[in-house]
Design a protein around this ligand. Structure first.
Ligand SMILES: O=C(O)c1cc(C(=O)O)c2c(n1)C(=O)C(=O)c1cc(C(=O)O)[nH]c1-2
Ligand SMILES: [Ca+2]
Length: 677
């Protein structure tokens, strides 16, 4: 049952692009993040199917030892599973038994935690010719020996260490090149994608998604063209411009192109970034590049002049569909902005775009493939409650496409947020009331300065991309549910925010099976076969940008991989439940401090700790429910760096004791406002 290093080396040694393509027919392994290069997450395995799914039982579980978000899709080859947990730690497991083979910890300095917007997460590894590749949160890329976890090479992918670049995304390997982007556009960075030789780590190419300083020559023609779509008066290059490529990436072997989705602008607010307007290429676009050189081929920009933290980085799927009687090679794409896009991947032309949920920033698309905008959506003087919000109608949670049913299975959600133009924005200035500005955020908007009116929701939607309409939907109660997997057994698997793992009939959405798991689930499941037995695995661990501050389940177990098979008999691990504490009370505060404390809380604390007392917190505690002793000692804890090992900054250079007491006054006063009487 146990695997020797020789067996592992032989199994992973075989993996390359051809291997991944051949595996598409059998689905025996799960050799890359989205299963195959099309990233459709459709497994041809059918031993687990609508008739047998009710017999699924636990085969094994494995404790990842993490307390923050777990977003990885496990990669499984030849009976070995590679899965990542928070802080970019890699675990190699025997996929038959759950036994640990090795772990690799890149030892991300915990003070790096605040340099990323959205939790210290990692979406997974790539494997190729005997190596495992992972990118760490602090931007280093590692090649590891698949059998031992020993480091083969390491590269610093960050071009400017004075900027808060981070990496959350899963690495991909295409044509013997390791490709990785990065994040940081909430802070102010210039997005780029880099390819490295898989064997040696030597840099092969780099493509920037937005232009740099116009005083310097553009890197290539695509940058020369892009430059004309930005107003130099905005000095966008000082704030980096954004366009970070922090998630989706696919390879089209047929057309020999890679497709990458780009992110939002830095700062968010275009009126400040590029005052004269302009499309601001290549923000919020899908860009086709040549895999050998990184050369630009075409782009499609869904949201010209992006200004709402909308991003095109949400997972793409490649498919061949018959549309109006014609066979079409398409990209299926449902980014944050609420539309579902079908794009011709031979030339980047829009075939169709349809709102799949409530949308108020645009009413539809014109014949040129441009959105018809609602003018209020970028009014420089008024608050706009964009729908969807920056949390997206969808986010990075992977969707799947089942060619048998013709349906795309996507987690859809809404988290309300209002945007008020921040006319006093100054780059990198810490300003009370400017969200997370003390950590270096550069938005150019105030968040929720006016309370939003929308209500949060979450559902699983089965979308027909040809008819551009929903075939069925399941209400999931609240936002931020896991990614999906679909199979030839006509199943859809999804973990939920309220800590369940569920299987549905892919045809009609009927719920067929569910099991409680140890915490809310955000990652997508994987399935594979070993010795004729089909397994279904999901990495569980609540987190991500919404999960930091809120949760939908009181189960708060550490990150864990659960693996199921028909007839599995293992005992489910006991769940850890959040300690139920009352709203904090019994501490005196000065009412006069509340106003100043509100501004400081928003600029220093809100991004991780949420709004005190309105909910019981996410994977970072809500201070409205803190122990009294904690709040009594708040100045020492905050200024002394008591939680530095968990990623909380030591604030002694940013705050003084009087200011921490102002923050505490805000916390306590907010708690009084929500305390039931
Ligand atoms: O602009 C960026 O560079 C960037 C990076 C990331 C990231 O790397 O995780 C996220 C976002 N933006 C973002 O807007 C967002 O909603 C988001 C959610 C998450 C998450 O892991 O839950 N990451 C990110
Ligand atoms: Ca962003």
């Amino acid at each position: 049952q146990s695997l020797t290093p020789e067996q592992i080396r032989a199994a992973v040694g075989r993996v390359d692009g051809d291997y991944i393509r051949q595996n598409t027919a059998t689905g025996r392994d799960w050799p890359s993040y989205g299963l195959n290069h099309a990233e459709n997450r459709f497994s041809p395995l059918r031993a687990v199917n609508v008739d047998t799914v009710s017999q699924l039982g636990l085969a094994w579980s494995y404790d990842l030892g993490s307390k923050r978000g777990v977003q990885a899709t496990p990669v499984v080859v030849g009976g070995v599973m590679y899965v990542t947990a928070s802080w970019s730690v890699v675990h190699a497991l025997n996929a038959r038994t759950g036994e640990r083979i090795w772990t690799f910890d890149p030892e991300v300095p915990r003070e790096y935690g605040e340099k990323g917007c959205c939790d210290v997460v990692n979406r997974g590894v790539a494997v190729h010719r005997g190596k495992v590749y992972v990118a760490s949160y602090d931007g280093r890329l590692f090649a590891l020996d698949a059998a031992t976890g020993a480091k083969v090479w390491e590269k610093d992918t960050i071009i400017d260490r004075s900027r808060p670049y981070t990496i959350s995304g899963a690495v991909r390997v295409f044509k013997n090149k390791v490709v990785i982007g990065n994040g940081g556009a909430e802070y102010g960075v210039r997005g780029y994608l880099t390819a490295y030789d898989a064997e040696t780590g030597a840099q092969a190419w780099r493509w920037f998604s937005v232009p740099g300083n116009p005083a310097n020559p553009p890197e290539d023609e695509s940058m020369a063209r892009a430059m004309k779509t930005w107003d130099p008066a905005g000095k966008w290059w000082e704030a980096g411009g954004g366009g970070t490529m922090w998630d989706t990436l696919t390879y089209d072997a047929e057309l020999d192109l890679i497709y990458v989705g780009t992110g939002n602008g830095s700062p968010w607010n275009r009126n400040l970034r590029s005052p004269a307007g302009g499309d601001n290429l290549y923000l919020h676009s899908i860009v086709a590049l040549k895999p050998d050189t990184g050369q630009y081929v075409w782009h499609y920009q869904h949201a010209p002049g992006e200004t709402w933290d909308y991003t095109a980085v949400q997972p793409m799927i490649l498919a061949d569909l018959t549309i109006d009687g014609q066979p079409r090679k398409v990209i299926l794409h449902a980014p944050k902005n609420g539309f579902f896009y079908v794009i011709d991947r031979t030339d980047g032309r829009l075939i169709s775009a349809k709102a799949h949920t409530e949308v108020n920033w645009a009413t539809g698309y014109d014949n040129e493939g441009r959105p018809i905008e609602n003018p209020a959506a970028r009014d420089p003087t008024k608050t706009f409650e964009a729908i969807p919000t920056a949390y997206g109608a969808r986010n990075w949670h992977p969707m799947s496409f089942n060619p048998q049913t013709g349906l795309v299975y996507m987690p859809v959600h809404g988290v309300p947020l209002s945007l008020t133009p921040d006319v006093n924005w100054q780059r990198n200035a810490t300003r009370p009331g400017a969200f997370q500005s003390a950590s270096g955020w550069n938005l150019g908007y105030l968040l929720n300065a006016e309370p939003p009116k929308a209500k949060p929701f979450g559902r699983l939607v089965a979308w027909d991309p040809i008819r551009q309409e929903a075939a069925w939907a399941q209400d999931l109660g609240g936002p931020w549910n896991g990614g999906t997997l679909t199979t030839a057994g006509n199943l859809v698997f999804q973990g939920t925010a309220d800590a369940r793992f569920v299987a549905y009939d892919a045809r009609d959405g009927k719920k067929l099976w569910e099991v409680p798991v140890g915490s809310g689930v955000v990652a997508a499941p994987a399935t594979y076969e070993i010795d004729g037995q089909q397994y279904v695995s999901v990495a569980v661990g609540w987190g991500g940008v919404y999960g930091i501050v809120q949760r939908a389940s009181e189960r708060v177990s550490p990150g864990r991989v659960y693996t199921f098979r028909v007839g599995g008999q293992a005992a489910m691990p006991a769940a850890v439940t959040a300690e139920r504490r009352p709203l904090v009370s019994g501490i005196a505060y000065a009412k006069a401090d509340v106003e100043a404390g509100t501004g400081l809380y928003v600029s220093h604390c809100a991004g991780c700790h949420g709004v005190p007392g309105v909910n019981s917190g996410g994977n970072v505690p809500n201070l409205g429910y803190a122990r009294r002793e904690t709040l009594e000692a708040l100045p020492q804890l905050v200024l002394g760096g008591a939680f530095a090992d968990q990623g909380m900054p030591r604030f002694h250079e940013r705050l003084n004791e009087a200011q921490v007491l102002q923050i505490r006054a805000f916390i306590l006063d907010t708690v009084e406002g929500v305390r039931p009487r």
